[in-house]
Design a protein around this ligand. Structure first.
Ligand code: FAQ
Length: 315
């Protein structure tokens, strides 16, 4: 029946679903700009999960015990799974997995700025789990209510796994913080390096965020970049105390009057440079991903041959 509706009626039906906080599903008509925005955000998100495997994957062979190694392997594997759910959600919008992969390995696609930093010490695994997965949860819990059904549903499972990831990162830092003075220093040093970049994961300040207003009107995003950053900073402060570590932002205070955290100015020039591809690890991340893609060609060929064989057997 919807196929007979004209554009204005389709738009009115779409607006009514959004207003009523109902979900848009792949079968539904949607404005072209809504589809494009979702493809942009979901594919960037998927790429982040996939590229995000690299900084931690780098430590799998060097984790300090068998138990730590098993946990880290499981975590990195979870991130691969998140990438796959998200690529599948994006595919429901009409873009192919091949096209998204091409955009990534040819360096045309964005992925989170945070994965362009190096991981020189074991404590970085703690800082990534606590701060990076922590920021990811803060950003992604509201996305469980995103107006596009396949995206919101993918986020539910992803968030459950991310909260395990955050706790494992916290526990690594706690163990180091209660260890020798050198171990505690290593934990503090990792937190010093990851704290500010993790705050930039939420995106540019609201007055420089071109996509926020429309994404919020469409109920893809439920909170602005700065609102989520505020929430995250507040969440971290008691955890710093529990860890016995210091917050690297020495100017941070809570303004009782406005009810907001006042933090030192983030280095937005550094953020822009990372987005331009000039972060410390951008080139390495893409080179590595391209190499993995090339080396995986025989696996894709074998999977396609197997699928064709099954199909002809079923015919
Ligand atoms: N990095 O107008 P806005 C994870 C771009 S998953 C790079 O504010 P929007 C799990 C933005 O794309 C982490 N680019 O944009 C894990 C836009 O450029 P465009 C990923 C950024 O979309 C843990 C331009 O700046 N999470 O960590 C960044 O409304 C450990 C203007 O920005 C998600 O992707 C950035 N940080 O808001 C995995 C969550 N920020 O596209 C492994 C879903 C902004 O116009 C290990 N995404 N840009 O060329 C979102 O919530 C939103 O897309 C934001 C940005 C909040 C990231």
């Amino acid at each position: 029946m919807t196929a007979t509706l004209d554009d204005a009626a389709q738009q009115a039906r779409f607006d009514a679903l959004i207003d009523a906080d109902e979900r848009i599903e792949p079968r539904d008509w949607m404005p072209e700009a809504y589809r494009k925005t979702l493809i942009r955000q979901i594919s960037q998100h998927a790429h982040s999960e996939i590229i995000g495997m690299q900084p931690e994957g780098n430590w799998i062979t060097r984790a300090p015990s068998l138990k730590r190694k098993a946990i880290l392997i499981a975590k990195v594997q979870d991130e691969a799974g998140h990438g796959l759910y998200l690529y599948s959600a994006a595919q429901t919008l009409g873009i192919s997995r091949e096209e998204m992969t091409r955009q990534l390995i040819e360096g045309q696609a964005r992925y989170s700025s945070i994965f362009n930093y190096h991981t020189p010490t074991w404590a970085d695994m703690g800082a990534i789990g606590w701060l990076v997965d922590g920021a990811a949860i803060c950003n992604q819990v509201p996305l469980c209510r995103a107006s596009y059904g396949p995206y919101g549903r993918a986020m539910v499972r992803i968030c459950k796994e991310e909260s395990f990831h955050q706790r494992q990162g916290f526990e690594i830092l706690l163990t180091l913080s209660r260890g020798t003075p050198q171990q505690k220093q290593m934990a503090q040093d990792a937190v010093n390096r990851w704290y500010f970049p993790s705050l930039m994961m939420f995106g540019p300040p609201d007055d420089e965020s071109p996509n926020s207003a429309q994404s919020m009107a469409w109920k893809i995003k439920r909170f602005s970049n700065d609102e989520l950053r505020q929430r995250f900073v507040g969440m971290l402060q008691p955890q710093f105390e529990a860890l016995g570590l210091e917050c690297p932002d020495k100017e941070l205070y809570f303004d009782e009057e406005t009810g907001r955290w006042v933090m030192s100015e983030l280095d937005w020039e550094e953020f822009r440079e990372v987005l331009r591809g000039n972060g410390e690890a951008n080139a390495e991340r893409i080179r590595h991903r391209r190499q993995a893609h090339d080396e995986g060609e025989w696996v894709r060929e074998a999977a396609a041959a197997f699928a064709a064989k099954q199909q002809s057997a079923a015919a």
